[in-house]
Write a protein that binds this ligand. Structure first.
Ligand code: VG1
Ligand code: CO
Length: 544
């Protein structure tokens, strides 16, 4: 095998965001753009001689091409073995599972997650470390620093490798193993949940299901697990064939982008459970018949009920949520006498807590929940959790959630996204908010008195690392909150996210529309941020 060392010039914009490097496909197609980033990862990793790496992606446009580049660069950089999902496919949680199971050194996950795909859309790449989780900030910072000075990369001169046939081949010294992307993951799920119980509920029709894979990576996983293994009728999985452009859709499981599922669940003869996942399979939306479960509530319900499921019958060690996620899970943790940690947005911050066995479950308001079984959020896991829970409790989704509210109270919650504003305006809004922080403490707005106003700073309780400026928080005396931050995953200008939350103990008040219940806070957030005046936008582009 001939190895070539090629000269390159650095790009200045390869800073990984909330979850890896995400850019327009056009950006990735610039000369050596992908190569520079991949080599920067190898240079940061140091010696990978003889080590195993996992490679897989969500199947979007550029996935297969990027994998060929990674194969040739891995061989040139001395990697011992690659485990690659057949067809280049592997969901993000499955990649995490495979890294852990085969004790790989790490892996490349090719995905821009919930962002659209295709020649004019987005692509992404991230590196996951030995625990199966996203690389922590000190690693991604080092990769970024390297990418700014990189002047050469190494690549094997070789033909493209067949990634569609299961089995083992070699490229020079490196072994290449094409694996079934589903089976290891499916086995893990079988350990965590009561598959027999779910199977009999699905086969008898006691539970009906509609799962929308949104033409993204979870199609093959859902068909294999839900239909073939658990016996859900054929057709329970819709949009189950992964497409490079996700069928032109936006593979983001929320009421706006998964409207096909939402309409079915709010329609006549809706199934017991409705669910959808995103491009790379780490997100989940959960719905019941005529009912939408807010992700923050889903996390709280899972925490309160985990002990009913085989994989969690010992109970939970602790839980964690990202800072903007509602405090619903905090109330469960308090009642159970376990710790609840609050981390910055992004799954990488849960890794240390999971590895140190401080937590068992964690989640984010952005349709992400998971547990210590992997080090990524896990969409299909959440769906199986809910299926198992419904089968055990023999209640509808709505009944389970309403009962939860009666016990713990309801945290009305909503996120308003203002997408695609010019980056300077986004930055100016945050600066303007920061400037107001010192004056906000103690101020009163109608029924809301400010208890704390700050820019969230996280000190990791395991390794002591500090992450500053993780979002503006305005916390009121009654526990209500407004959180405002800029997205770190978008590829078009800036996206401002406004998170709103208010607690309601009184069960007689649990039936309100969240937008109505949060009206005062929505207005206050808009006036503090001046988002409408500064952008000229008349309202949010997406409400979840
Ligand atoms: C968003 C979500 C965050 C999530 C991240 C990656 O980040 O808010 O909670 O971890 O996406 O999810 P941001 O910086 O745009 O708010 V995924 O499924 O895109 O890997
Ligand atoms: Co995702």
């Amino acid at each position: 095998m001939q190895i070539e060392t090629r000269k390159t010039t650095p790009y200045s914009d390869q800073k990984p965001g909330t979850s890896g490097l995400r850019k327009k496909v056009k950006v990735f197609l610039q000369e050596n753009y992908l190569e520079n980033f991949v080599q920067s990862v190898f240079d940061t990793l140091g010696d990978v001689a003889g080590k195993t790496l996992v490679v897989g992606g969500d199947g979007r446009y550029l996935n297969r091409q990027a994998i060929q580049t990674i194969i040739k660069m891995s061989a040139a950089n001395g990697v011992g073995r690659l485990l690659i999902g057949q067809g280049g496919l592997m969901s993000t949680p499955a990649a995490s599972c495979v890294i852990r199971k085969y004790k790989a050194h790490g892996g490349f996950v090719l995905s821009a997650s919930h962002n659209p795909g295709g020649p004019d859309q987005d692509f992404g790449i991230k590196y996951n470390v030995t625990n199966g989780g996203p690389a922590p900030e000190n690693f991604t910072d080092a990769v970024y620093a390297r990418s700014r000075v990189i002047d050469q990369y190494k690549i094997a001169l070789a033909e493209d490798v067949d990634i569609d046939t299961i089995g083992e081949t070699r490229l020079g010294e490196m072994a290449i193993q094409i694996i079934d992307p589903v089976s290891d993951y499916a086995q893990l799920m079988e350990h965590l949940f009561d598959f027999n119980l779910i199977e009999s509920a699905l086969k008898s029709g006691a539970i009906t299901l509609s799962y929308d894979a949104m033409h993204a990576v979870t199609g093959p996983y859902a068909i294999r697990i839900l239909e073939e293994r658990l016996g859900a009728p054929i057709g329970s999985v819709v949009n189950g064939v992964p497409l490079e452009d996700f069928g032109g859709g936006h593979p983001d499981p929320n009421l706006t982008h998964a409207s096909e599922l939402a309409n079915r669940m709010f329609g006549a003869r809706a199934p017991t459970l409705g669910a959808a996942s995103d491009g790379d399979g780490d997100r989940n939306m959960i719905m019941g018949s005529q009912f939408f479960v807010t992700p923050s509530d889903s996390l709280a319900v899972l925490a309160a009920n985990a002990h009913l499921l085989p994989g969690y019958k010992e109970g939970l060690r602790g839980v964690a949520r990202s800072m903007p996620t509602s405090q619903a899970v905090d109330r469960v943790a308090e009642a159970m006498g376990i710790e609840c940690y609050e981390t910055p947005t992004g799954w990488k911050f849960f890794g240390n807590l999971l590895d140190a066995r401080k937590i068992t479950l964690c989640g984010e308001e952005s349709f992400g929940t998971s547990s210590d079984h992997v080090r990524e959020k896990d969409g299909l896991w959440a769906v199986l959790f809910w299926l198992n829970l419904i089968a055990v409790r023999k209640q509808s989704v709505a009944e389970i959630v309403r009962e939860h509210w009666r016990r713990f109270g309801r945290d009305y919650y909503s996120r308003h996204d203002y997408e695609g504003m010019p980056a300077e305006i986004g930055a100016a809004i945050i600066e303007h908010l920061r400037a107001q922080l010192p004056g906000l403490s103690g101020k009163t707005f109608g029924p809301y008195s400010v208890r704390v106003a700050d820019d969230f700073c996280y000190r990791d309780p395991v390794d002591g690392s500090v992450s500053e400026k993780q979002g503006i928080r305005v916390i009121f005396e009654n526990g209500a909150r407004i959180v405002i931050r800029l997205s770190g995953t978008g590829t078009d200008g800036a996206t401002l996210r406004i998170y709103l939350e208010r607690y309601e103990r009184d069960p007689a008040q649990h039936g309100l529309d969240p937008q109505e219940a949060l009206k005062d806070l929505i207005e206050l957030a808009e006036s503090l941020s001046e988002v409408k005046i500064r952008t000229g936008m008349s309202g949010p582009t997406v409400i979840t």
